[in-house]
Design a protein around this ligand. Structure first.
Ligand SMILES: *Cc1c(COP(=O)(O)O)cnc(C)c1O
Length: 366
């Protein structure tokens, strides 16, 4: 079997069947049913947030989160990062808004707060940073900038599920935080996602917009879409959440082994867990400086591929280098661009053995 960058977490078939049994008795398949409500409560406890709305995927959660803040307007600009999955930027554009790309920091690949203010214009409506690889953004600096300029802050927390900063759930920062429960993420509901937030009024807007704009079941007062999560996926979430702690511990063991074997090598830069952050160990990005290491990221990828080990160029290309965004004029983002050429994520998941991790390190070091 080839080794891929990740392998989806699955409960036993028996456990899943037990969880969906009630659906076959109630005939309640979707529309905020009892399993949805159970998952919602369990996730609020796990994430340490007061409000949470669950969606059919992370992308629609983010798209709806922007819409529910009332940000749709002609010519409105949203400051975001090019060093992300393309979904982040599509969510802005599909709301009729214009993305303005802000460069990242070398240290943790998140949006550089020192470069945000120079991009603010009278059209700016929001800042949309990303907690890249679970590295938490400079949330206080970003909050101060947003306050000074009257902007909303929406975090793409797709990589930061379950993380805490000095004991505070990462979903408590900004006006809203999106989480993704896609099959490739540290916690999955097959496809799925959520928005965490603080404001109860916002809950009403979000819940309407993900259900056709209906406010009483019959009449719509806003133009919504359909982004609800069904009971079968919610049941997968309930099962996977039960085993999450073990899954994260297994990932940490792989993370620690990689760190032990690869740190201190000239031309290889690893991504240490930030001070005060309780990590989910979702990704293991490695940066190769070809001048010093002697080989490029793509050379190393190729050597691994020959042994059926599939790392991932993540994120590559940077979003402002993608075909659909190349024409957008904006400031150059050289740090993000270079990171996109030098970083590969190594395989990390619950079933990856330490012997396999060692084999991967041997190939990289050779
Ligand atoms: C996975 C991901 C998304 C999209 O989430 P889906 O659940 O796949 O729709 C958005 N942003 C980032 C950074 C992601 O990694």
């Amino acid at each position: 079997m080839p080794i891929n960058v990740t392998r989806s977490s699955l409960p036993s078939l028996e456990e899943y069947v037990e969880e969906i049994r009630s659906i076959f008795e109630s005939y309640r398949l979707t529309n905020a049913g009892p399993i949805y409500k159970k998952l919602q409560q369990q996730l609020m406890d796990h994430l340490g947030v007061k409000e949470l709305s669950i969606f059919t995927n992370g992308h629609l959660a983010l798209e709806t989160a922007i819409d529910a803040l009332g940000l749709r307007r002609d010519g409105g600009e949203v400051i975001t990062t090019p060093f992300t999955f393309v979904s982040t930027v599509h969510a802005i554009v599909r709301n009729g808004l214009k993305p303005v790309f802000c460069d990242i920091r070398e240290s943790d690949y998140t949006m550089d707060p020192e470069r945000i203010e120079e991009l603010i214009t009278d059209k700016t409506v929001a800042i949309l940073p990303v907690h890249v690889y679970g590295n938490v953004c400079s949330v206080e600096a970003i909050a101060a900038i947003a306050r000074r300029h009257g902007l909303k802050v929406i975090y793409d927390g797709a990589h930061a599920f379950g993380e805490k900063v000095d004991g505070v759930g990462v979903g408590n920062f900004g006006d809203a935080t999106m989480f993704s429960f896609h099959a490739t993420k540290v916690f999955n509901t097959v496809e799925g996602g959520a928005v965490a937030f603080q404001n109860e009024e916002y809950a009403k807007a979000l819940n309407k917009l993900k259900n056709f704009g209906l406010y009483d079941g019959e009449d719509a007062d806003v133009i919504g879409g359909n982004a609800k999560m069904d009971e079968f996926r919610a049941a997968m979430g309930v099962c996977n959440l039960r085993h999450l702690e073990e899954a994260v511990a297994a990932r940490k063991a792989v993370h620690d082994r990689y760190f032990e074997r690869l740190s201190g090598v000239a031309g290889i830069h690893l991504n240490p867990v930030q001070e005060g952050v309780q990590s989910n160990y979702a990704y293991f990005p490695v940066r190769f400086d070809p001048q010093v290491f002697g080989k490029s990221r793509d050379d190393v990828m190729e050597r691994l591929r020959e042994q059926e080990i599939n790392g991932r160029r993540y994120f590559y290309p940077a979003v402002n280098d993608m075909t659909c965004y190349r024409a957008l004029k904006g400031k150059a983002t050289p740090i993000a661009h270079e990171a996109s050429l030098q970083i590969m994520c190594l395989p990390i998941y619950e079933g990856l053995t330490l012997a396999e991790a060692d084999r991967i390190c041997d190939i990289v070091l050779n």
